[in-house]
Design a protein around this ligand. Structure first.
Ligand code: FAD
Length: 481
């Protein structure tokens, strides 16, 4: 029995789970009352949910977490405002002398945490941080010269050499709740989920936020789609990837729990390694963001600073709405709007189209994704946009320009993905589904497609757009870049 009756505050951030939660487990082990706390930090602080779609997710994730914690005996307290002020009032109201949290690795969040830790320590309070958002601490993996990695493959090798990530910790069997009273906001009053109109209603077709749903999804994936993952992961019409990204983004599942779930399975080794390599891409993005905090604002490769981007105009709006006239691009953008998520292959195609066909600065695309993705993640989003743009670390070269017709034909051969998200093309023959603009009039008429009326004509001609992008890139190089 603990002699100190003061509660331990567990400050939840991007770790909205009871499973493999080192901060919570350590608090439970003290034998003292536990006071779980979530602070809705101001968006300007650069922390918290990243956009409207993720706010919807956060609402449901917090509801699920609150339920689990109440079940364990320690209800969740909600506060809104700058983290230091919110913590101060909770400490004052509860008499807590110890604060636990799991480290976050986004630069603005880290700056806030460092400051808070120093202040708490100066007041002789105990502030302890734990690991858990990543497989390995981003400071741990460095090159032989003790420098950050710039290239993925040596990073992956270093990650492999670093050994297995920590064994996940099971959730506490029960918690001792704080017996006193501490004020809490009501989740509904935060209005995180849209109401009128409820544009997120279709999200429920595919998503159930919460850690129980995350574990279920993990189990379904390792028992099924993991077998064949290496090949099928590129086919957007198939349910061949884990779809764990939104759960990882708000920490409803830990990467260590996922990593260890893929141990000792029967699935082919190639599939297992490929899947782990994707988890390692997430780590690589965090590594880049940690060592280059301006990843979402500045070209990692400064040579791109002189790129002659087009003005933002109507074409950007048409891209966001999935009305570019290229079916695979439109399917991706409409999947994003409908479900707050887009298949990785489609993310690459749509991002490439915006940057190279429309010559719009990647930062506008990054911002749109940040607002519309339920898995919006500061590191993964920025690093991947820069990867596509060619301006990032270990990026795809700019001159490799995706042909949206060939990408569609290769990765969505029968057009099932397009038919699902672009219903006005549903009845078009597979031969034309990725290039309705080349289809004979009879084929269009048979499918009820009237180009320019029921479905748009292409915004740009692929060949022309390609030449324009390459010329812009060449001018960049000619400028001595
Ligand atoms: P799986 O294939 O099942 O992979 C398992 C996990 O590995 C994912 O959940 C994810 O955490 C990680 N992962 C897989 N691919 C990548 C990758 N390329 N980069 C980083 N991590 C990866 N992912 C985000 O989580 N948040 C974002 O904001 C985000 N923005 C992106 C923007 C662009 C332009 C592109 C091209 C990719 C972006 N990604 C982002 C990466 C990737 O598309 C998603 O992580 C993936 O589609 C999630 O689906 P999944 O969980 O089924 O992945």
């Amino acid at each position: 029995m603990a002699t100190n009756p003061a509660p331990v505050v567990v400050w939840f951030r991007k770790d909205l789970r009871t499973d493999d939660n080192a901060a919570l487990a350590a608090a439970a082990q003290t034998g003292r009352p536990v006071l779980p706390l979530y602070i809705l930090e101001p968006v300007e602080a650069g922390t918290g949910p990243l956009g409207a779609a993720q706010r919807w997710w956060l609402h449901h994730a917090l509801a699920a977490l609150a339920k689990s914690l109440s079940g364990l005996g320690a209800p969740l307290v909600l506060r809104a405002g700058p983290a230091d002020a919110a913590l101060d009032t909770v400490i004052a109201e509860s008499g807590a002398d110890t604060i636990h949290w799991n480290r976050r690795h986004d630069p603005p969040g880290m700056a806030i945490d460092r400051k808070i830790k120093a202040v708490l320590k100066a007041r002789s309070l105990v502030a302890t941080s734990f690991a858990g958002q990543l497989l390995h601490d981003p400071t741990r993996l460095l090159t032989g010269e003790k420098k950050p990695f710039r290239v993925y493959t040596p990073f992956w090798k270093a990650l492999e050499r670093a050994g297995e990530p920590h064994e996940p910790i099971d959730p506490p069997a029960r918690l001792i709740g704080f017996p006193g009273s501490v004020a809490s906001d009501r989740l509904e009053d935060w209005h995180l989920a849209p109401e009128r109109p409820d544009w997120a209603a279709p999200f429920h077709e595919v998503w159930t936020p919460g850690e129980a749903a995350a574990r279920e999804r993990l189990e379904t994936f390792v028992d099924g789609a993991l077998d064949g993952y290496a090949v099928d992961r590129d086919r957007p019409a198939l349910h061949a990837t884990s779809m764990l990204s939104p759960y990882l983004a708000l920490g409803e599942i830990s990467p260590a729990r996922i990593w260890h779930a893929t141990r000792g399975l029967d699935a082919p080794a190639g599939d297992l390694v490929h899947f782990r390599k994707e988890l390692a891409w997430r780590e690589f993005c965090y590594h880049l963001h940690f060592h280059f905090p301006a990843l979402a604002e500045k070209n990692w490769n400064e040579r791109f600073d002189a790129f002659p981007w087009e003005e933002l105009g109507e074409v950007f709006t048409l891209w966001t709405r999935g009305l570019t006239g290229y079916p695979i691009v439109d399917a991706g953008m409409r999947q994003l709007w409908r479900h707050g998520w887009m298949h990785n292959r489609a993310r690459m195609i749509t991002a490439s189209f915006l940057i190279k066909h429309l010559m719009i600065d990647w930062r506008h695309g990054e911002t749109w994704f940040r607002d519309t993705l339920v898995d919006a993640d500061a590191a993964s989003n920025a690093a991947n946009w820069q990867w596509v743009a060619g301006s990032g670390a270990d990026a795809s070269p700019f001159f490799r320009i995706f042909n949206p017709i060939l990408q569609g034909e290769k990765f969505d051969p029968d057009g099932a993905y397009v038919r699902r998200f672009v219903p006005e093309l549903e009845n078009l023959d597979a031969a034309w589904i990725h290039k309705p603009f080349d289809a004979p009039q009879a084929a269009l008429a048979r499918a009820g497609v009237d180009l320019g009326k029921t479905y748009p004509k292409p915004l740009v001609d692929h060949g022309h757009a390609r030449q324009r992008a390459l010329a812009a890139y060449k001018s960049l190089k000619a400028d001595g870049a």
